[in-house]
Design a protein around this ligand. Structure first.
Ligand code: NAD
Length: 507
């Protein structure tokens, strides 16, 4: 039965139906109100986890700060070795962890495991990087002077994460923050406490086996109050926030006000443009995965589709057909491609969006209905609507794809760029000049600009993030690690004289 399956997953990861502790700062605790993980498939309780009070959070921050004072002196490649061991342990429990993500969030098993794989991949990346946290040597204009730039640890990194990537987003931050010599404090989303406890137990084991303080990977379950305290506390040197633009704006303002460092990964309103010269077969498959995958609950989900007028009708026909074949159901069942929405509230957002589409002159081409039953299931939906309609300008975190016709690529780029968000974007074309128009100065204004692949499914090697109301942060690969560091320019005078820069004489 489903319950036996759930119980087996929990028990492999050391979780119980009740009495799980939601604070780890070297010890397990948390005497605040209980959070409940609810199955989006049945709306039944899976398990309960306690939260931390603000007083407990204060103690946890102090412990993390103290732990970092030791950790910052450990050579970076040795820190990388610890992250490698975390990676090994995650690999060992990959299937249970992936199933737990699936159980708690509602995404299909392949995507749940994919998320743990992403955590593993960033650990690999961070382990290698721990031997390449290079600074640079800069030629000094003064004789007998040595000038260099280097990267020192920041201190304590606060990580506030969203429900939809409850493992991978923490991994992106934890792996890079640890190799760069920081302690981390992670506040997961209130509806996904179980995966956070499971991952924290795995990391606790690795830290303990290496005689390192557990507070290097502190985890604090809680709601907005815990998140807000992290934003306000001047002991948190970097706040890495992933979530909605609305909450990100609040958090960002608080952190900026105390001149703390910020990394914001906020909402997207991502578009695909299919030009007249596109490989349509490829584009149909890409649109289906990008709009329906994770039931439309990825920050990079395709929400807007701009079709060249010459291919519009045949493309819509093929895409509608592909939607009809999507199996909706229990995300842990084989063959299912679309699971439920995460919460009942999201189902209400879905209903309201369908109403708004109709009120604003749009048509429903396929889907549009809530599926009755105990779970939060809805039909993945395609609408036909004016690209300028009010509802199209917002991110609604459900599987609704708005389709509009374009006359040419220029119009597509204009529509792509006209929204407030700037996360991900894709163009389907086979014409090389369109590729460089799209990726160039007058092309897409997003942080992620793809060609012939969908808006979602980023690899960890590249920097991930977006512009405008998406917040401007970059996480994961490339040189994102530098954000977890205190950048320093050092000039060392070994000349025995005191020549001043710019030839200034001061005597
Ligand atoms: P959310 O903004 O509701 O919550 C995010 C986190 O903020 C949670 O941990 C929540 O408890 C916390 N929080 C809530 N109020 C707070 C406050 N006042 N101060 C501090 N913290 C507070 O987002 P969600 O519904 O969990 O996630 C969906 C959103 O996240 C979507 O908008 C999605 O696009 C975005 N997202 C973005 C990325 C990205 O990389 N750009 C990745 C994943 C999700």
């Amino acid at each position: 039965s489903a319950f036996a399956k759930h119980a087996a997953i929990l028990s492999e990861l050391g979780l119980k139906p009740t009495g799980n502790k939601g604070l780890f700062d070297g010890q397990w605790g948390g005497s605040g109100p209980v959070q409940t993980a609810v199955s989006p498939v049945t709306n039944e309780t899976i398990a309960e986890v306690s939260t931390a009070t603000i007083d407990e959070l204060k103690v946890a921050i102090a412990k993390a700060k103290k732990a970092q004072e030791e950790w910052r002196l450990v050579p970076a490649p040795r820190r990388g070795e610890i992250v490698r061991q975390i990676r090994e342990r995650l690999e060992k429990h990959k299937h249970a962890l992936g199933s737990l993500v699936s159980l708690e969030v509602g995404k299909i098993y392949a995507e749940g495991v994919g998320e743990i794989q992403e955590y593993i991949d960033i650990c690999d990346f961070a382990t290698g990087l721990s031997r390449a946290l290079n600074g640079s040597v800069i030629p000094s204009e003064r004789p007998g002077h040595f000038m260099m730039e280097q990267y020192n640890p920041l201190g304590v990194v606060g990580i506030i994460s969203a429900f939809n990537f409850p493992a991978a987003v923490a991994g992106w931050n934890v792996a890079l923050a640890l190799i760069t010599g920081n302690a981390t404090i992670w506040k997961p989303a209130p509806s996904t406490p179980l995966i956070s406890v499971a991952i924290s137990k795995i990391i606790q084991d690795v830290l303990e086996e290496n005689n390192l303080p557990g507070a290097l990977h502190t985890m604090v379950c809680g709601g907005a109050d815990v998140g807000e305290y992290l934003a306000k506390s001047s002991d948190i040197n970097l706040v890495s926030f992933t979530g909605s633009t609305e909450v990100g704006r609040k958090v960002g303002t608080i952190v900026q006000n105390r001149f703390g460092k910020l990394l914001l990964e906020l909402g997207g309103n991502n578009a695909i443009i299919v030009n007249e010269d596109a490989d349509l077969e490829l584009a149909v498959r890409a649109c289906l995965f990008a709009a329906v995958g994770t039931a439309g609950q990825r920050c990079t989900t395709t929400r807007r589709l701009f079709l060249h007028e010459k291919i519009h009708d045949q493309f819509v026909e093929r895409l509608v057909k592909a939607y009809a074949q999507v199996k909706i159901g229990d995300p842990l069942e084989e063959g299912v491609l679309c699971g439920p929405l995460h919460t009942k509230v999201a189902v209400e957002h879905y209903k309201k969006t369908i109403e708004a589409v109709k009120a604003q002159g749009g048509k429903i081409l396929v889907g549009g209905n809530v599926i009755p039953g105990p779970g939060n299931f809805v039909e993945p939906t395609i609408t036909s609507i004016d690209a300028n309609a009010a509802i199209v300008q917002h991110e609604v975190f459900v599987p609704i794809l708005h389709v509009s016709k374009i006359k040419n690529l220029e119009e597509g780029i204009k529509f792509n760029n006209q929204v407030a968000q700037g996360l991900s974007s894709s163009l389907f074309t086979q014409d090389i000049s369109n590729v460089f128009k799209w990726t160039g100065p007058a092309g897409s204004d997003c942080g992620i600009v793809n060609v012939n692949i969908p808006t979602n499914g980023a690899e960890i090697g590249g920097a991930f993030g977006g512009e405008k109301e998406t917040g401007g942060g970059r996480e994961s690969g490339s040189d994102s690690w530098k954000q977890y560091c205190r950048r320093q320019t050092a000039t060392i005078n070994f000349s025995g004289a005191l020549p001043l820069a710019q030839g200034i004489k001061f005597e």
